[in-house]
Design a protein around this ligand. Structure first.
Ligand code: G3I
Length: 368
């Protein structure tokens, strides 16, 4: 894939020239899957974006296409066009595919609240996973079976979020809500080849809230294992904030707690995936060079810590170009400047973050 002429071969500020190793190739040399989240509608309508994804990603996930809401326009209908496109794109470019996600509290369709009750919830959940997981069985590297089930501020036993699924399908075991057990067991039955992942955010740093949430997530995983519920991996979303050590105080850094969590997961026999990496720059000054340097430093520091443990087998950024990042509309900077948070900028030139990610991958040990 030829990108436009580069301003600085192999240096930030220009597209990556053909002789600079891509994230996917660098990752593959280490036995690591490096990739990104995509938006299928932009794969369709933006050839430069599609080419960049094809060039750089060894694994892809769609930001929305495989979620409950986008798949389910009604209780009896499924919309697979976007998900099918993702799988066709990935097949064409020899990429692996992540499924995201069977169960989440967001992007729930409008009919859910009135249609799903404690009486039919298990049937709705099982049928959804059978239909969706069955359609792509054997073609999914890993499924985020349950996403973001922990929210300590809801004050439920175990720290569980009072989500729609928690309300209709709590079960009697406070340690592992019924909807989580049913989702994982059904996913295993429907697609035995897929790695089954519990995915969450806010478990990376060493501030007090992250420490507490991390403990609740690891307790859930231990309780699932002790009940024989099939779970293969922890998904660490890795939505990071640049300047954390300065902006939020020294405890808001990424290091000992992250390393300990990954090591604990490894000892439990779990793999770890960095599933949604990006670096929020809203705490940084407007100056582009200063922001890019701080964002790159955050990627580099975080990845050096995380990739030091061979349990980490995949790293995906949540998007590959600032052009389409969710952060620019969901986490706006006070000065309203677009975020500079991903390996490639809005013009799809390699940012310092690309080289920071590449260097961290190069420094990682080889995964068997
Ligand atoms: O596709 C529809 C379009 O038809 C409609 O015209 C438009 C306006 O309503 O909405 C479009 O759907 C949007 C969808 O993204 C696809 O672009 C939804 O409104 C919008 O809410 C949705 O946002 C996604 C968000 O999850 C949903 O909460 C973001 O793209 C996506 O990046 C974000 O990703 C989440 C992960 O799944 C879980 N971890 C956190 C992460 C960031 O929030």
């Amino acid at each position: 894939m030829e990108l436009a002429g580069c301003a600085h071969p192999g240096k930030p500020g220009g597209p990556v020239p053909p002789d600079v190793e891509t994230l996917r190739v660098a990752g593959a040399r280490r036995g690591l899957l490096a990739g990104c989240a995509v938006q299928v509608h932009h794969l369709r309508d933006d050839p430069a974006y599609a080419a960049l994804v094809a060039q750089q990603a060894g694994i892809v996930v769609d930001e929305s296409a495989l979620k409950f809401g986008p798949l389910r326009p009604s209780p009896t209908e499924y919309f697979f066009d976007d998900a099918d496109y993702l799988f066709e794109f990935a097949k064409k470019h020899k990429q692996k595919v992540r499924g995201h996600n069977f169960v989440w509290h967001q992007q729930i369709p409008s009919w859910f609240a009135s249609y799903v009750t404690s009486a039919n919830a298990e049937r709705v959940l099982v049928e959804h996973i059978e239909h969706v997981g069955g359609r792509y069985a054997g073609r999914v590297h890993s499924w985020d079976v349950v996403n973001e089930a922990i929210l300590l501020s809801d004050n439920l036993p175990g720290g569980f979020r009072k989500s729609g699924w928690q309300v209709v399908l709590p079960g009697k075991d406070a340690a592992v809500p019924a909807y989580i057990e049913i989702a994982f067991r059904t996913a295993r039955r429907v697609d035995p080849k897929a790695m089954l992942v519990y995915n969450d955010y806010g478990i990376e740093a060493d501030d007090a809230a992250s420490v507490k949430k991390r403990a609740a997530v690891m307790a859930l995983l231990r309780n699932m294992q002790s009940r024989g519920i099939p779970v293969d991996a922890l998904g660490v979303q890795s939505h990071l904030t640049a300047g954390s050590r300065d902006a939020f105080g020294p405890e808001y850094a990424y290091g000992s707690g992250l390393r300990a969590m990954i090591a604990e997961a490894r000892r439990m026999g779990l793999k770890v995936l960095l599933t949604e990496m990006d670096v929020n720059d809203r705490k940084l000054p407007a100056d582009t060079a200063a922001r890019d340097a701080a964002v790159a430093a955050t990627y580099g520091g975080y990845l050096r810590e995380a990739l030091a443990d061979e349990a980490v087998v995949a790293l995906l950024t949540w998007g590959i170009t600032d052009k389409y990042t969710w952060l620019s509309y969901d986490r706006k900077r006070d000065d309203k400047l677009p975020q500079r948070c991903l390996p490639f900028d809005s013009q799809m030139n390699a940012a310092p973050a690309f080289f920071a990610e590449r260097d961290a991958i190069d420094g990682a040990g080889h995964r068997a």
